[in-house]
Design a protein around this ligand. Structure first.
Ligand SMILES: [Zn+2]
Length: 170
């Protein structure tokens, strides 16, 4: 396997107006992984660019591995909605980075290798910028439980090895 340690990740920028300020003094320590349930990156870009939708994420990763940035990590993107972590904290958007994977979320649509490689590269770069303690699927932090199913097929082996040096203590 060619180990392309992409220290300089390439992003396409498609800004979303759907964000606001993170609360003062709150550190980003969580990544939330989503599936778009929309079939194409273009549809996601339009949805997040529409102020009426009131939703966004920091990043979307297309099936071919293209990474799009919609909201700066220092702002609060609107991806988790009503949410609660196992540790009891609510308002997960306050302290998380949201990453969407283009996927129909039907349990059949695959997550191609290019997409997971980009996810890994993106997670690595987020780990450099923030002290990340949790990487969770949206369904794990949606409140009430069962409110969200994405991403169906979520697999911790996508990234677990990246977390060990950071999360061994928790
Ligand atoms: Zn979601």
């Amino acid at each position: 396997m060619a180990s392309s340690d992409r220290s300089s990740l390439e992003f396409e920028s498609h800004p979303s107006p759907n964000f606001d300020e993170r609360p003062d003094g709150v550190a980003v320590d969580t990544i939330v992984i989503h599936a778009t349930a929309l079939a194409s990156l273009d549809q996601v870009i339009r949805h997040f660019a529409d102020p009426v939708s009131k939703v966004s994420s920091h990043y979307t990763i297309d099936k071919n591995g293209t990474i799009v940035c919609h909201v700066s990590e220092d702002k609060r993107a609107w991806h988790a909605g009503q949410s609660k972590m196992k540790d009891g904290r609510t308002e997960v958007n306050d302290f998380s980075v949201g990453i969407e994977l283009v996927n129909l979320n039907d349990g059949f649509d695959p997550f191609p290798e290019f997409q997971i490689e980009s996810l890994r590269a993106l997670i690595k770069s987020v780990l450099i910028r923030h002290s990340i303690k949790n990487i969770v699927a949206h369904y794990e932090c949606a409140d009430p439980p069962g409110r969200k199913s994405d991403p169906v097929g979520f697999d911790r082996t996508w990234f677990n090895d990246l977390l060990e040096p950071y999360c061994g203590r928790s």
